[in-house]
Design a protein around this ligand. Structure first.
Ligand SMILES: [Zn+2]
Length: 319
């Protein structure tokens, strides 16, 4: 009980942040939900901003309150820079998360490669302190030829080991394995839920664009969203479901799954956000929602927030 309370407190943003969180009364529960981009929009640089230490100022002007720092292509951020970004983010109430490198593969049949994957995660986790980040998003890995049927059991064993290590070394940090969009990747909704069962400090990242792409567009209706959220709740419980990490963008796909991320302006592919917003409101969920649109991630995060607020108003919550 005490541990759970401590973890929940740890997942909260620095105190200053509370002043700008969307706080709504809904069915007697205080609901806080956050929106922000993964990385900086093109407009950030077009407006003359030079580096990520200036990101909090830009985000506040956009009405946003979350940011995901990507180590996708490698961890080049220096601790001193991380600390400056973290201080600026805390001062503006921005909730920080990080994305671990894309080349992590918990299912790699080669033990040395798995050790390196663990190291990349630990280095990502270590930078959470200076950045003030509480969540580390990670791609579980590939199904690779050598891995075959063993891919999931191998990844589960690794996840367990990593979660224990992180719980000891960085008890404030949550590991967030992500649902993936390509068939050759490990990370269906069911697999991610299994990975999240291994420990209390593992929370799912539901990338709804990826789910939509992997399932060939079968994520359109409110009932289809409800079905996925019900599944998570049934297997991981109400607490993890309420605090979900969410990635949202429109994703173009082929038979092999995800092809590329689009902007929300591009309506040729989905998924639609409105039915998800309806489910978030009716279930009083409090996720962090990160937008990964190409070039327009902050603008699109603002649009998602607007759609969510519309849904909240429609549901009769006082503004
Ligand atoms: Zn990702």
């Amino acid at each position: 009980m005490g541990g759970q309370r401590r973890r929940r407190a740890a997942d909260m943003p620095p105190l200053l942040g509370w002043s700008i969180i969307i706080q709504q009364r809904l069915g007697g529960h205080a609901v806080s939900i956050r929106f922000g981009p993964s990385g900086n929009s093109d407009s950030f640089y077009a407006q003359g901003y030079k580096n990520t230490q200036q990101m909090p100022e830009y985000l506040v002007a956009m009405g946003l309150d979350a940011f995901e720092y990507s180590f996708g292509r490698g961890i080049t951020l220096r601790e001193e820079t991380a600390r400056r970004i973290g201080q600026a983010a805390a001062a503006q109430g921005i909730a920080m998360s990080v994305h671990a490198p894309y080349y992590i593969n918990l299912a790699n049949p080669d033990p040395e490669a798995r050790r390196k994957s663990r190291e990349y995660i630990y280095r990502s986790v270590d930078l959470c302190g200076p950045l003030g980040a509480r969540r580390v998003v990670l791609h579980p890995g590939a199904r690779g030829k050598g891995a075959g049927e063993a891919a999931l059991p191998t990844a589960l064993e690794q996840m367990h080991r990593i979660a224990e290590h992180v719980a000891r070394q960085n008890p404030d940090v949550l590991l967030c394995p992500e649902t993936m969009g390509k068939r050759n990747q490990l990370g269906t909704l069911e697999e991610v839920v299994e990975l999240c069962k291994v420990a209390d400090n593992v929370l799912p990242t539901l990338d709804f664009g990826h789910i939509y792409a992997l399932e060939q567009g079968a994520l359109i209706t409110r009932a289809q969203y409800a079905q996925r959220l019900d599944y998570v709740q049934r297997h991981l419980g109400a607490d993890k479901t309420r605090r979900l990490h969410i990635h949202f963008s429109h994703v173009q796909y082929t038979q092999a799954g995800e092809l590329r991320h689009l902007t929300l302006e591009d309506q040729s592919f989905g998924p639609p956000f409105e039915p998800l917003a309806q489910e978030l409101v009716s279930r009083a969920l409090q996720p962090v929602i990160i937008c990964e649109s190409r070039g327009r991630m902050a603008e699109d995060a603002r649009l998602l927030k607007h759609l969510y607020q519309q849904e909240l108003a429609r549901a009769g919550a006082p503004a």
